[in-house]
Design a protein around this ligand. Structure first.
Ligand code: R5P
Length: 315
């Protein structure tokens, strides 16, 4: 009987799954994840998983609903095939922005998705930069929550032009904790853009709290969806006298007008991870730099498999 770790991928981000496997010096387990003629997801696991430590890599990028179903059905297949443990690796945990009721008669989708994952037989979650850390508590199974900071910091050390006269900027009040962590790491100041959102996916930048004049502003955010929040923040910082405006964004959702907004904005560089694959349009955008989280995830998977601590990956 084969034992040990085995990694599978759904269709959400196969290139990332392959990079993670390269770092682990293994190859992806065999799994056919396709569709029936009517669009239902059809899964057939080709590799033996009996008694094995299974990792399924599947971020919730677009089409989010479809990719969630693939993860659930893959987990169900592995559970019914006697996997010893199933870890769902979700580099981008979607539906996380609705993590509380902020208006009457609205859902809490982050909790619903957490319940769905648990029901399918998933034993633990490995994820990156949740919209808010409290989502960990929506699960009754262990959640290992990684941060993109080490990946961004490593890149920024090679960019003294950005680090000179640096100030870290949170594009809204909700992102201050994330921005403060990077400001503390680089031992520099912190500014906040006070944003008032009138409708979902639309934002109005009101004010900059902090002095950004003559500084290199590095905006830190977890998600860039339509790019409205980010580009309005960038243009506001430029209007307030910033020397250069850059952004580090963990999850490049980049839907709708995001790329054209980034192109037209004051942003000099949009630095993101590969938690979500870039579209052909995004790949062509010269302002976008994509850094890989594959080694970070490979190390986390290795440590989870060996029951080692992963806290040193949080720095
Ligand atoms: C908001 O709380 C998030 O951190 C992002 O700033 C937001 O989801 C980005 O959305 P968009 O790019 O559509 O403005």
């Amino acid at each position: 009987m084969e034992t040990g770790l085995i990694v599978f991928s759904g269709n959400a981000n196969r290139p990332l799954a392959e990079r993670i496997c390269d770092s682990l010096q293994t190859t992806l387990g065999s799994a056919s994840v396709s569709n029936f003629a009517d669009g239902e997801t059809r899964v057939e696991i080709g590799s033996n998983v009996r008694g094995r430590d299974v990792f399924i890599i599947q971020p919730t990028c677009a089409p989010a609903n479809h990719h969630i179903m693939e993860a659930l059905i893959m987990a169900d297949a592995c559970r019914r095939s006697s996997a010893q443990r199933i870890t769902l690796v979700v580099p981008y945990f979607g539906y996380a922005r609705q993590e509380r009721k902020n208006a009457p008669r609205t859902p809490i989708t982050a909790k619903l998705v957490a319940d769905l994952y648990e029901t399918s037989g998933i034993d633990r979650i490995l994820t990156l930069e949740l919209h808010t850390s409290a989502i960990q508590g929506f699960f009754n199974i262990p959640v290992d929550h990684l941060f993109a900071k080490p990946v961004f910091a490593n890149y920024l050390h090679s960019r003294p032009d950005i680090l000179l006269d640096l100030i870290i900027v949170s594009p809204d009040a909700g992102g201050v904790e994330r921005a403060r962590a990077l400001a503390k790491y680089f031992n520099c100041g912190l500014a906040i853009v006070d944003k008032r959102r009138e409708r979902p996916n639309e934002s109005t930048v009101m004010n900059v709290i902090g002095d950004v004049k003559g500084r290199n502003c590095l905006i830190v955010d977890d998600i860039c969806d339509t790019g409205g929040s980010l580009t309005k923040a960038a243009d506001t910082l430029a209007a307030n006298g910033a020397k250069g405006v850059y952004a580090v964004v963990s999850h490049p959702v980049l839907s709708g007008p995001a790329i054209s907004r980034i192109e037209a904005s004051a942003l000099r560089e949009f630095i993101c991870t590969d938690s979500i694959p870039l579209s052909a349009e995004a790949i062509k955008c010269s302002k976008i730099v994509q850094l890989s989280i594959s080694e970070l995830f490979a190390e986390a998977i290795r440590r989870i498999h060996n029951s080692d601590s992963i806290s040193s990956l949080f720095v």
